[in-house]
Design a protein around this ligand. Structure first.
Ligand SMILES: CC(C)=CCC/C(C)=C/CC/C(C)=C/CC/C(C)=C/[C@@H]1[C@@H](COP(=O)(O)OP(=O)(O)O)[C@]1(C)CC/C=C(\C)CC/C=C(\C)CCC=C(C)C
Ligand SMILES: [Mn+2]
Length: 388
């Protein structure tokens, strides 16, 4: 990771409410109404398009790419790598490419053990592609959150983006990039979600307050919804699924948003100590709260009520995501269910802490964690048809 950093710094070379929140297949995102608040939010003050509409364009683009490839039937993604694929440009050594993927697996095992174990159920080809995506996301997040984050400037992120362009064009900069470079030649992965994740990191450099949910939604899409859009082309949709491609991508997007909203609710105290408040300012005000209450860090009834509302919304996104998991290829469902159930339980833990997310970290204990794994497995075995 240090090498990457050096290069970047100094380069060389309620349910109905949610249903209106998540756009359905082929339709445009509708006006959002959450908790009785007409929350087309910034779109009201600003005739420009809402975050939801902007994000939906990326969903459509990604879905179109998948459909195009399905139509061509050019790839059989389950065949052995050696039999099916061309070598990535500049990478003529199979051993080196295998080594690059193995290294991605090691990084993944080190940073996200449960997720890594889940990927072992996937086909070898898909598994290593997901590792490559994971590693790129982890490195991108490390740039702004890692030990050297203070050296990161918008220009450094521009260079990271240039490097992304290069790897998508078959010119990887290092071994880990080479694995992703190979992955994007084999799966219908669009570059836009990757660029958008970098945009999320840029946002983190310049913005520490979110006026309303529309602004927060865009941030959550950038840093987390994108992960869903990057992963599904690799995980694959079950051949027997009757769901539209768009609806599956919407569910994937919802899972990323749900995870990030959960992250934000869990880390309120930690973020405040870094001068950051990710909670929508207008919603805080509606509950008679302000930044000062967050910096004071006292759990009051106002805070509890506010948190109940926020948790409810995060759960609605999880509910929406759940509908899509069964549409994925059977071998990809288990890790997704496992991560969904584990993340969702963080919300329960916040409740169990009596909403003290200022000084008590909500976490899911080992027993609950392990108990979720067979539940995830059971759900993964269930068939499709929750979406249309
Ligand atoms: C149909 C359907 C439901 C499909 C499933 C789609 C799918 C696999 C969605 C994945 C959703 C997911 C795991 C999103 C990640 C959300 C997340 C935690 C984002 C974090 C961002 C920044 O957060 P922050 O800095 O506030 O927090 P930290 O303190 O840093 O934690 C991220 C850290 C961005 C970087 C993301 C990653 C490193 C995770 C990348 C994961 C994958 C590529 C694999 C996803 C696959 C599975 C099975 C979970
Ligand atoms: Mn982070």
């Amino acid at each position: 990771m240090a090498g990457v950093l050096l290069w970047v710094v100094c380069p060389k070379g309620n349910a109905t409410a949610l249903l209106s929140l998540i756009p359905r297949s082929g339709s445009k995102p509708k006006k959002r109404s959450f908790n009785g608040v007409s929350a087309i939010s910034s779109a009201v003050a600003n005739p420009a398009r809402s975050s939801e509409q902007r994000v939906y364009d990326v969903v459509l683009k990604q879905a179109a790419l998948v459909k195009e490839q399905r139509g061509r039937k050019a790839l059989d993604l389950d065949l052995d790598l050696e039999k099916t694929s061309e070598k990535a440009d500049g990478f003529t050594d199979w051993d080196l490419l295998n080594e690059a993927y193995d290294r991605c697996g090691e990084v993944c095992a080190e940073y996200a053990k449960t997720f890594y174990l889940g990927t072992l159920l996937m086909t070898p080809e898909r598994r290593r592609a997901v590792w490559a995506i994971y590693v790129w996301c982890r490195r991108t997040d490390e740039l702004v959150d890692g030990p050297n984050a203070t050296h990161i400037t918008p220009r450094a992120l521009d260079r990271w983006e240039k490097r992304l362009d290069d790897l998508f064009e078959g010119r990887p900069y290092d071994m880990l990039d080479a694995a992703l470079s190979d992955t994007v030649t084999k799966y219908p992965v669009d570059i836009q979600p990757f660029k958008d994740m970098i945009e999320g990191m840029r946002l983190d450099l310049r913005k520490s307050r979110y006026m309303n949910f529309d602004e927060l939604y865009l941030y959550c899409y950038y840093v987390a919804g994108t992960v869903g859009l990057m992963s599904v082309p690799v995980m694959g949709i079950a051949p027997e699924s009757k769901a539209s491609v768009e609806s599956v991508y919407n569910a994937a997007l919802a899972l990323g948003i749900a995870n990030q909203l959960t992250n934000i609710l869990r880390d309120v105290g930690e973020d405040a100590r870094r001068g950051r408040v990710y909670l929508p300012q207008d919603e805080l005000a509606r509950f008679g709260l302000s930044d000062d209450d967050i910096f004071r860090g006292q759990v009051t009834d106002r805070w509890r009520n506010f948190m109940k509302d926020q948790i409810k919304r995060a759960r609605m996104f999880f509910d929406e995501a759940e509908k899509g998991v069964s549409e994925l290829n059977s071998a990809s469902r288990w890790p997704v269910w496992a991560s969904l159930l584990l993340y969702r339980q963080i919300l329960d833990a916040i409740e169990e802490n009596d909403y003290n997310n200022f000084s008590k970290r909500a976490y899911v204990g080992k027993v609950k964690k392990f108990a979720s794994l067979p539940v995830a497995y059971g759900r993964a075995l269930m068939g499709t048809s929750k979406l249309i």
